[in-house]
Design a protein around this ligand. Structure first.
Ligand code: SAM
Length: 255
């Protein structure tokens, strides 16, 4: 069920906090044993290493583990640089504005590459005047490319991470493309019956619920295209392998 899973950001912070408390309690015992103070660098390295192991133990992916390992030494490094104190909340706010949907829906921001956009272009209907959505449109690059190449069709990007939405909206306006719009809208609140083609590049987490919604709402004959992420129990009608560095797979369902 959507919304019942614990946010990975909170889980990662909870792991760091628990290890911090553990090391804080253990420190006097170790110092007693070795008869000298434990250097701060050792402590932050131990904090990062243990956090990485525990995080992996909870089944987090490698980028999360790397983040957990390097966060404590980075924090120590930043404190040693004596940066102005407003830097930290500003960085935190920027990260939250960009990666909003990591905390809310476990979907990070990464972008469709140009080779994959070219492959999607070839999958679009030949008939004029279709309507396509990118659910979770990020910085909007995919739709800018597609809409420039299919002036006969309409394109909408739906996005709720504040900074990517604002950037995609601005870049869309500056590009002057007329058949393209970006909406600040949750993909789960959108009416998918509007669209002839729906594209998404999200994460494994929302796929089962999103596919159920698409099945209920999308018109017969319309296309649902998922970049990389499968829908458990629902085989796609077609899979296109893209010849890019990450060996992208486009999974296509005809509704
Ligand atoms: C992996 S990025 C893909 C960006 C873009 N579609 C592309 O392929 O370049 C996924 C995007 O989906 C957005 N997203 C995740 N859940 C969302 C939701 N429920 N409503 C709107 N956007 C969402 C994230 O903020 C992120 O920008």
């Amino acid at each position: 069920m959507r919304g019942k899973k614990i946010s990975p950001v909170l889980a990662a912070l909870a792991i760091q906090a628990a290890i911090f408390v553990g090391l804080y309690l253990l420190r006097p015992v170790v110092e007693e044993g070795i008869d000298r103070p434990v250097p701060m660098l050792w402590l932050v390295l131990a904090q990062g290493l243990i956090a990485g192991i525990v995080t992996r133990g909870f089944g987090f992916s490698i980028p999360w583990v790397i983040g957990q390992v390097i966060a404590p030494p980075l924090l120590l490094f930043a404190l040693a640089l004596d940066l102005p104190s407003w830097i930290f909340p500003v960085i935190l706010i920027l990260l939250v504005l960009v990666f909003w949907n990591v905390a809310v829906g476990r979907v990070p921001l990464f972008l469709t590459n140009r080779t994959t956009s070219e492959a999607i272009l070839k999958l679009l209907p030949k008939k004029n005047g279709f309507y396509m959505a990118d659910l979770g449109s990020g910085l909007g690059g995919t739709l800018r490319h597609l809409s420039r190449n299919r002036l006969d069709a309409q394109f909408s990007g739906l996005e709720t991470a504040p900074l990517p939405f604002a950037l995609s909206w601005l870049l869309g306006r500056l590009s002057g493309i007329k058949n393209l719009e970006f909406r600040f809208q949750d993909i789960f609140k959108a009416d998918l019956s509007e669209f002839d083609v729906v594209y998404c590049f999200l994460s494994p987490v929302p796929m089962p619920d999103l596919f159920e919604k698409a099945k209920k709402e999308m018109k017969p004959g319309s296309l649902f295209i998922s970049n990389s992420f499968v829908v458990p129990g629902h085989k796609p009608n077609r899979t296109v392998k893209v010849d890019d560095r990450r060996q992208t797979k486009l999974l296509i369902w005809k509704m």
